[in-house]
Structures are given as structure tokens and as C-alpha cells.
Design a protein around this ligand. Structure first.
Ligand code: ZN
Length: 285
């Protein structure tokens, strides 16, 4: 009887070792890949850029529990540090989930603007950041960059100025970034409306556009699409959301221009895995 217990115990320990080794080997094999994950966090935005042990999280969606579950799937279990957290703007569907990130991970830098909504969660978030002496608190505007490796950088293209406190519509104070991964280029524009997007100085053709404001009809105009010529457009929105995101006008526009559409509400988390200068899309994560 005793020896049977020992055999079962040994098998259980052996299986644990195999599983943990498999996870470690998987992460080592993909250590040099750059991954851009549009996380399925419901009605909101959360985009994770990762390479090895480096991570940049842009927005956190509306719910900490959902976000932490999604991050747990993408980050190696031993990595409890996120290098940069960016709040594009202070609407709840972008920042409410970030509270749990600051409680559960160490964060090196927090990028945001000075356009703040006076909500209890926004105040709590800023309180968390101010109380952590190790977090660099950075007001982001055009020109700020993060180098991830020699081929990969994240560049802030909007706001044009550090002071955006007088912009009436907080969506139009969103931080917009361009991510260069070799020749592949991603545009991430928060909730900017066409009024701003159409005049953004973008010279490059973009590979992947994250449709601003969850695919609302007030963003991702024909002018913007003609300027950026994306191959793929991502919409980040919750299933059967009450706003009707993504709007059928935007979907029709994209279809008529032969642009691929991927949606977190129907495709789940959407991942681009980039190595050797090309990015492959992985769905249903
Ligand atoms: Zn939003």
C-alpha cells in the first residue's frame, strides 16, 4: 500500500516537472519574438506588447479580474514586472482594469496625459502611482519613445503638446502611438475621433490599425484609411455591447476597401507573433 502511494506521488511530481519544463521551454523558444496581443477584456481596450521579459501594456479595459486573467495567459508566470503601463485616456473602459495591475505587478513607468476625468477610480489610480516611489510618472506627448530592441520601437505621435487639459472631449486627448516591428507597423490610437486622426502626421503605410473608439463611426474615416492603407484592422469591443461597436458603417467601409477585419468580440484575444521581420496572426486565444 505504502509503495503504491510512493509510485502515485512520483508520477504526480513527474507530471508537474514535465508541465513546468514545457512552459519554460516554450517561453525560451519564443524569447526573441515580439508579440502584440489585443486582449479580449470585454467592452474596452487593452493591448499588450511583449518581448521576452519586457512588456508594455496600453490600457487595461474595464475590469481588473478579467485583465489579470488575460495577462496571466500571456506573461510567463515568473515575470511580475511590467516595464511600461500606458493609459491612453481616463475613461473607465481603458483605465479601470489597471488598478489590479499596480496591485499585482511592479511597474517601472506610467505614461499618461494631464487630461483627467474626476472619477474615484482615476483618483485611486493616480494615488497608487504617486505612492510608489519606484514608478516613473511620465506625461506622454509627441516624440516620446520606448525602444524594445534595435528593430522594435513604440513612438508617441499624439498629443502634440504636454498640456491637453483644455481639450473638451477626453477621447480627443488620447495618446496615439505607432509601433515599428521591423517593416511591420501598428497604429494604436485610443479613442481618437476622425477630427484628430485625419490630421495626424503619419507618413508610413500601416500594416495593422487598431480602430479607434472600438470601431465607432466617428473614427477610422475613409480619409484616414486612404492615408494609412492598412492590411488589417482590429476592433476591440465587448460581445453584444450596448453601443453597437463596431459600427456597421465602419465595417462596410473596411469591406469595400478590401481590408481584413478582426474583432475581439468574435475572435477573442488577437495575437500577432513577429519574428524575422514578419508577423503572423493567431486567433481564438
Ligand atoms: Zn473607449
Amino acid at each position: 500500500m505504502k509503495s503504491r502511494k510512493i509510485i502515485y506521488g512520483s508520477i504526480a511530481i513527474g507530471m508537474c516537472v514535465v508541465i513546468v519544463s514545457g512552459v519554460i521551454i516554450y517561453h525560451i523558444m519564443h524569447f526573441n519574438d515580439v508579440k502584440i496581443s489585443f486582449l479580449d477584456i470585454g467592452q474596452g481596450d487593452a493591448t499588450l506588447i511583449s518581448k521576452g521579459s519586457q512588456q508594455i501594456l496600453i490600457d487595461g479595459g474595464p475590469d481588473s479580474t478579467v485583465l489579470l486573467e488575460q495577462l496571466g495567459k500571456q506573461l510567463p508566470f515568473w515575470d511580475r514586472n511590467i516595464e511600461i503601463v500606458i493609459a491612453t485616456h481616463s475613461d473607465g473602459d481603458h483605465i479601470d482594469g489597471l488598478i489590479g495591475v499596480f496591485e499585482n505587478y511592479s511597474v517601472d513607468q506610467f505614461w499618461h496625459t494631464n487630461a483627467g476625468k474626476d472619477t474615484s477610480i482615476h483618483r485611486a489610480l493616480m494615488h497608487q502611482v504617486k505612492n510608489e516611489a519606484d514608478i516613473m510618472d511620465i506625461i506622454a506627448y509627441r516624440g516620446l519613445e520606448a525602444m524594445i530592441d534595435v528593430n522594435t520601437r513604440l513612438s508617441v505621435i499624439y498629443p502634440f503638446d504636454s498640456d491637453v487639459s483644455d481639450i473638451d472631449d477626453i477621447n480627443d486627448a488620447s495618446i496615439a502611438t505607432i509601433l515599428y516591428v521591423g517593416d511591420e507597423i501598428f497604429y494604436l490610437g485610443g479613442d481618437l475621433s476622425s477630427e484628430i486622426e485625419d490630421v495626424l502626421p503619419i507618413d508610413d503605410e500601416i500594416t495593422v490599425v487598431k480602430a479607434s473608439h472600438h470601431g465607432s463611426k466617428s473614427s477610422t474615416s475613409e480619409i484616414f484609411l486612404n492615408k494609412t492603407k492598412p492590411r488589417d484592422v482590429i476592433t476591440s469591443a465587448g460581445k453584444d455591447n450596448r453601443y453597437g461597436h463596431p459600427h456597421f458603417d465602419v465595417l462596410n467601409r473596411l469591406e469595400s476597401m478590401d481590408i481584413n477585419i478582426f474583432r475581439t468580440d468574435t475572435d477573442g484575444t488577437i495575437i500577432y507573433n513577429c519574428n524575422n521581420d514578419s508577423c503572423n496572426i493567431i486567433l481564438n486565444n
